[in-house]
Design a protein around this ligand. Sequence first.
Ligand SMILES: [Zn+2]
Length: 157
Amino acid sequence: MNRKGESIKEAKHDPYMLKEKYPDPSVCETCNVVFTKGIYKWEKIIPENANKIKCPVCKRIWDDFEGGSLVLEGEFLDKHKEEIMNLINSTAKLEGQTHPLERIIEIKNIDNKLEVRTTYEHLARRLGDAIHRAYKGDLNYTYSDDKYIRASWRRDN
Ligand SMILES: [Zn+2]
């Protein structure tokens, strides 16, 4: 079940959200996100009676089922990689505080490119916007009809 595979057409709705209904409250055994009153959020104190689940996002990450991807490249990237990585991580952290389901699945180096894979399209977009705001360059988004986004950014000098 990888976005790059043949299951793209089946992904119009988020299969991870529809599959099951959790008792209220529930807590994810992997990431500790709490499901209550129909939404997922971070709680300082986990309710004692919370039912234990594996949340939709941890399942997505487990299945390596991305909702967005951002590819960065260009000479500027080589020279400022650490700075850019810091911006990616701080943006994701901030975003994750209010949107617990928006997470980075993986950041990987491919030749001289950097690919950031995210659980949903929203975060890939936020990261692309943050990098563009900070460093200009060329930013492009390609959407597919199933809420998937492929973003690319390039700056050469
Ligand atoms: Zn989880």
